[in-house]
Design a protein around this ligand. Structure first.
Ligand SMILES: Nc1ncnc2c1ncn2[C@@H]1O[C@H](COP(=O)(O)OP(=O)(O)OP(=O)(O)O)[C@@H](O)[C@H]1O
Ligand SMILES: [Mg+2]
Length: 370
């Protein structure tokens, strides 16, 4: 009776509440511990059936013991210290914790600490909710392993593709290299033959043929020397071709103006385009400035709607200055090539001079050249 007189009404109320609390949790399917945070090492003051089922301990082995028996022997102390600190501070806290059963087997549990205060606000106990998350952890581990496996597979596959691409590029370079060599050899053979001919007309024809073959050879050379073998660098090709053609004229006779955007054309169109430029620029150089006439030759290449626009303009004598010689073939070839490239060609009489404009479709992505 004397003892009862020392129990304050608020203490009695909270004892009653705790008793109700325990009764409510006793048969819950979720493992629950209740510990006393106000005593050293926070001994267990309550554990429910689900907790005993999960851990294999009996009430005698658990009640009055520090909650720390839950930790796997030899496991890192850091996680235990963190939980312990939260527990003594009476903080709500959640973490994952490697726990231990009576038989020594371990399992990952998620711990949820929730403090219980009495009406006066004093920390009375801490409820610890345990949840076996080993299966989830295993799924997480499996997912990480699967992710690693897939990443390795992707890495290996990417490597294989990269190697295959490098081999393909090397092969294409080799093909372009051989095509360029064969064409160069053909041009040399034609020039050798031309040198042995007396007939100037026959020599002229052979020279022009060698020039055409050389233009094709140059396109293949630029393809195999470029990093991107799938595209011809139009700016480089045109500048080189026009430079060589104008160089055949006396110094200073014709000013060459180039306004060419850094564009590429797909290798499949390179030969036709190389020949086409050779004919149109070659015509301007050969025919627009007869008898030492001085002038300007302007070449513009840029993007047009859905493709490329090429303009070759001179301020020479004009297309109708003289009738085409017998057997002339360049313009027919130009028409054929423009047709093959699915383009459109228009001639403009600039009075003085001639402007040839070619618009041809090329995929916007294919024309990209850094
Ligand atoms: N830019 C130009 N300025 C002046 N005349 C030109 C120009 N382009 C072409 N011609 C004229 O058109 C003619 C026909 O050109 P085409 O290219 O068909 O033949 P070619 O150049 O004379 O010979 P081939 O091209 O067969 O070697 C030329 O002979 C020339 O008279
Ligand atoms: Mg011609």
């Amino acid at each position: 009776m004397l003892a009862e007189t020392h129990v304050s009404p608020s203490q009695r109320t909270s004892d009653l509440a705790e008793a109700r609390f325990r009764a409510a949790f006793r048969s819950l399917p979720m493992p629950i511990l209740m510990v006393d945070p106000n005593r050293v090492r926070a001994p267990v003051i309550f554990a429910n059936e689900a907790f005993f089922d999960l851990t294999g301990y009996s009430p005698d082995e658990v009640l009055g013991q520090s909650w720390q028996f839950l930790q796997v022997p030899g496991a890192e102390m850091a996680s235990l210290d963190v939980v312990d600190a939260a527990l003594h501070r009476g903080e709500a806290f959640e973490t994952e914790f490697l726990s231990c059963r009576k038989d020594g087997s371990s399992f990952w549990s998620s711990l949820a600490l929730s403090p219980v205060h009495d009406e006066a606000g004093h920390l009375r106990s801490v409820t610890v909710l345990l949840n076996d998350v080993s299966a989830k952890k295993q799924v997480d581990r499996d997912l990480i392993e699967t992710k690693q496996f897939l990443e390795e597979q992707i890495e290996r596959r990417t490597q294989d593709l990269q190697t295959a691409l490098e081999q393909k590029t090397a092969l294409l370079h080799e093909v372009e290299h051989r095509a360029k060599n064969s064409l160069q050899m053909t041009a040399s053979l034609v020039l050798l033959k031309a040198r042995r001919l007396q007939n100037p007309e026959a020599r002229k024809v052979l020279h022009e043929t060698a020039e055409r073959v050389s233009a094709l050879s140059a396109a293949h050379r630029l393809l195999y020397t470029a990093g991107d073998v799938s595209r011809l660098n139009l700016k480089e090709f045109t500048a080189e071709l026009a430079g060589e053609l104008v160089m055949a004229l006396p110094d200073g006779q014709v000013d060459l103006n180039l306004n060419i955007q850094p564009l590429g054309v797909p290798a499949s169109k390179a030969a036709a385009l190389a020949l086409l430029l050779n004919e149109v620029i070659g015509n301007a150089v050969k025919h627009a400035f007869p008898n030492g006439r001085q002038g300007q030759l302007t070449i513009e290449i840029g993007r047009a709607e859905n493709g490329l626009k090429i303009a070759v303009e001179d301020d020479g004598v004009g297309l109708d200055h003289s009738p085409p010689p017998e057997g002339s073939f360049g313009k027919t070839l130009i028409t054929m090539l423009v047709h093959q490239l699915k383009g459109r060609l228009t001639w403009h009489d600039r009075k003085p001079g001639t402007r040839a404009e070619i618009v041809m479709p090329v995929d916007a992505e294919e024309t990209q050249f850094e």
